[in-house]
Design a protein around this ligand. Structure first.
Ligand code: G6P
Ligand code: MG
Length: 213
């Protein structure tokens, strides 16, 4: 039986997918890399370093390790500047209500975000106490679509993967959930999330009743 829901953060609960996207776009333009929507879609859910590597596929020259470190931290500075003023108003509509309904239904909740800014964001959004377990992205070695992060969330909750449901806005995230042996709910546009077991347009439309009754 279903015992927990594991949520992604950026683009599912927090209105930050656009902020990450804008920060990468700015970096790309500074180094002369073409950035389009399909690039933006590919970066979703992928960790910082992995995202940079994808961006640099289109670079006109090779970058050293040190340069890559500098580029990744420059992007993070851009991102951090934007979330400086973030508060509960930056939750996606219905996000708090959805997580609370999952808890009220007697299920556990966890967060599986690749973002090392996730703990800071949870505090600013005022929802840190709504999660029974938050995966520490610093301890994840293999980025989504690898199942590691969702498996770590299930483990942290003390549950079997088959007892958990994952919620994601990124194709890499849906693949990660499935590879972990869980059912996946996709949040957002159908094209990128074709593999999801259930698709909802936004987190407000996610109804836990569909899974518990
Ligand atoms: C999430 C976002 C990605 C971001 C990644 C790493 O998965 O969807 O866009 O690149 O986290 O975030 P960080 O805050 O650690 O750079
Ligand atoms: Mg996401």
């Amino acid at each position: 039986a279903l015992k927990a829901v594991i949520f992604d953060l950026d683009g599912v609960i927090a209105d930050t997918a656009v902020v990450h996207d804008a920060a990468w776009k700015r970096l790309a333009s500074e180094i002369g890399v073409a950035f389009d929507d399909s690039m933006g879609e590919r970066l979703k859910g992928v960790d910082r370093r992995g995202s940079l590597e994808i961006l640099l596929e289109r670079a006109s020259r090779a970058y050293s390790e040190d340069e890559k470190e500098a580029l990744a931290s420059r992007k993070n500075d851009y991102y951090r500047q934007q979330i400086e003023t973030f508060g509960p108003q930056n939750l996606l509509p219905g996000a708090r209500h959805t997580v609370e309904s999952v808890r009220r239904a007697g299920l556990k909740t966890a967060l599986a975000s690749a973002s090392r800014n996730a703990p800071l964001l949870l505090e600013r959004l005022g929802i840190a106490s709504l999660f029974d377990y938050v995966v520490d992205a610093n301890h994840i070695r293999r980025a989504k679509p690898d199942p590691e992060i969702f498996l770590a969330a299930a483990h942290g909750l003390g549950l079997e993967p088959s007892e958990c449901l994952g919620v994601e806005d990124a194709a890499a995230g849906i693949a990660s959930i499935h590879a972990a042996g869980m059912k996946a709910v996709g949040v957002g546009q159908a094209q990128a999330l074709a593999e999801a077991d259930l698709l909802v347009p936004n987190v407000a439309a996610f109804d836990i009743g569909l899974f518990t009754t």
